[in-house]
Design a protein around this ligand. Sequence first.
Ligand code: BDR
Ligand code: CA
Length: 309
Amino acid sequence: MTERIIMDVDTGHDDAVAIDMAAGSAAIKIEGIIATAGNTSLDNALANTLNLADALHIDAPVFAGSSGPLLRKQVTAGRIHGENGFSGPVFGKRNKQVQNGNFVEFIIDTVLSNPGEISFVAVGPCTDLAIALKAEPLLASKLKRIVMMGGSSGMGNVTQSAEFNIYADPEAAQIVLHCGAPIYMMGLDCTLQTILDPSIQQRMYAIGGKAIDIFRSSMDFYIRSCLEYIHDYPAMHDPCTIAYLIDPSLFEFTTQAIEVETRGELCYGRTCLMWPDPDSNVHFARKVNAEGFWNTMAQCFQNLKKEIG
Ligand code: BDR
Ligand code: CA
């Protein structure tokens, strides 16, 4: 069965791999992509997303999303993703243009005219989805599910307590987590099990083709910055969302409500997991079958090579 998705991205090195996988999987149909501020400014995230979508021949429209979080002061991740948010690859002149029209209307129209069909994939701050959920109270009940990258049951990666996507807009994440739609949340507990170590790098690079050329030049930068600031090879955080949609059997979850700390000074942006509750709509990823994950990613790159060279 084909999974129809709207992607919300702050492209971003690992966002780009999520887009690669969505474009390269026969199981996924991208209905639209919304670029949002997060890792970098909206202008940068939009340019990066358009460049990649153009290079991968993605037909789906690319919209401009929010230029900043709902309430908090904007934070970005330039240290990790570089000055333009996607340092490394160099793109030529592009043909793909930003889609005219409002991203909120696009989300609402697409989901309401396809009830129960559309999954919303959020791999940046939750701002855009939160705005749409507030604008249309019926939206949550018409979504098939939300698959998001964010949160942690323990340590954060931007502060001791908070993971970047949640920290970048905690109030928006809290709105999303309370919307009632089924949510599959890829937090650091799971995504840190997908470390792109040298043997995996070589395995992916050996596939070759245009998408791998972009991947390789982007990973050259990302690996350097992750080794410098995180002291490890990069995790494929955002691609976990797409791998889940392609093959849910790769992931193990626990089910419980999750609250975001929006008031505490020390723990601002922390995701607080409540006791397990089978009736909760929120599923928090605990484990990924890493070998299955890499096989899925490799298959997507192989498909892209067949499609675009
Ligand atoms: C998340 O933060 C961003 O820098 C990455 O793109 C990913 O979405 C990981 O914490
Ligand atoms: Ca991201």
